[in-house]
Design a protein around this ligand. Structure first.
Ligand SMILES: [Zn+2]
Ligand SMILES: [Zn+2]
Length: 380
């Protein structure tokens, strides 16, 4: 697989300026952000996620002057190379990045960039991730759970301003309310004027005359909240539920983050699960295996009976239609597979032994076709 052109991924050509790279990255990262695709089809989600990763990877190289120089010079992130497969290594390295890394890199890029240009602008709240352990049955039938989370919210007493109720904010005297201060720096190119955030008001332009006691002037408080989570029937271990707007609250009107609930399903004592199907292993006696029987088997809801045919072999799997788990997507339920294991008695009486010995001589080789094959092979 050839290495994809990092400029092309961002919709640019090789002469793109740093600013163009940054702008293209921001626009594309916003467009393909996984949050926007949560309600879309799996195929669309996957495509967006791949694009999102590729965009992030391209930006991680092209925004780094050293990496960019190597890439521009050799057309590869790995520098000069002759192995046609080596490029794939570099590329897949980018794909190996986990989503958390990508989110944090976006956060750094956007959060940092935004706060320097629009210090009082809104910032979106971060997501909260929690793990929720539920039983096998709760996953199969669905359930409602209340989970306690700790999240950052605007302080209710000062409405997020950080100022004590009734005391007004005062214009910062250091920057006259602009939030910026200019510095003159001497460089080899002469004197340069640079602007930076005012250290007195931390770029806000306003200072608080008296701090709000509740939040200590921070404008934010940590709150414990009980959130009700409705788990639909048919969920499985490792799946997660996104609860929109239940994450940390945004700053200055920024939107709330989400709450991501990762499900951990406890194993069942008897049942094993594969997607919507269930499997249970049932012991049966050799007599029942020989003669056939009606067998009572457990289901998740109670029990049912199945017909074991005459001459059933150990390990045989019988299917009970529709007694599996409700399909999360799609209609109906999976099936229940009953695996029959012949259980040999661990002890027998003298009388049983005599009966079995009589029975033994009554059997013919042909009645055991599998065994016969081996007997023929060994010349017995
Ligand atoms: Zn407060
Ligand atoms: Zn100031």
């Amino acid at each position: 697989m050839a290495e994809q052109d990092l400029y092309k991924i961002l919709g640019l050509d090789k002469n793109a300026s740093d600013q163009e790279i940054k702008t293209a990255y921001r626009n594309l990262a916003k467009k393909y952000h996984p949050d926007l695709y949560t309600n879309k089809s799996d195929a669309e989600k996957k495509e967006a996620e791949e694009k999102f990763k590729a965009i992030n990877h391209a930006y991680s190289v092209l925004s780094d002057p050293e990496k960019k120089q190597i890439y521009d010079q050799y057309g590869s992130e790995d520098g000069p190379q002759f192995d046609p497969n080596a490029g794939f290594g570099g590329f897949s390295g980018g794909f190996g990045m986990n989503m958390e890394d990508i989110f944090s890199s976006i956060f750094d890029n956007f959060g940092g960039g935004r706060s320097s240009s629009r210090r009082n602008g809104p910032a979106d709240g971060r997501d909260i991730e929690v793990e929720l352990e539920i039983t096998f049955e709760e996953a199969a039938f669905g359930c409602e759970k209340t989970i306690r989370i700790k999240r950052e919210e605007n302080c209710p007493d000062c409405k997020g301003t950080g100022a004590k109720d009734g005391t007004a904010l005062k214009t910062c005297p250091n920057c006259n309310g602009s939030g910026y201060v200019s510095r003159i720096q001497n460089t080899i190119l002469g004197q340069m004027r640079t602007q930076g955030a005012c250290p007195n008001c931390r770029g806000k332009g306003k200072i608080i005359t008296e701090n709000c006691k509740t939040c200590n002037g921070q404008g934010r408080v940590q709150q414990y909240r009980d959130v009700k989570v409705v788990i639909p029937a048919g969920v499985d271990n490792g799946q997660h539920k996104i609860m929109r707007g239940e994450g940390h609250h945004g700053i200055n009107g920024g939107s709330r983050g989400d709450l991501l609930v990762y499900l951990k399903v406890k194993p069942h004592k008897y049942f094993k699960r594969r997607n919507a199907d269930l499997m249970v292993e049932m012991p049966i006696s050799p007599i029942d295996a020989i003669l056939g029987c009606t067998l009572t088997v457990p289901t998740l809801k109670g029990e049912t009976t199945i017909k074991v045919p005459e001459g059933t072999q150990s390990g045989k799997i019988l299917t009970v239609k529709g007694q599996g788990i409700k399909r999360l997507q799609g209609v109906g339920s999976g099936d229940l597979y009953v695996k029959l294991n012949v259980e040999t008695p661990v002890s027998i009486t003298r009388e049983q032994k005599d009966l079995l010995n009589k029975l033994k001589v009554s059997f013919d080789k042909k009645q055991f076709p599998q065994k016969k094959k081996f007997d023929d092979l060994t010349g017995k």
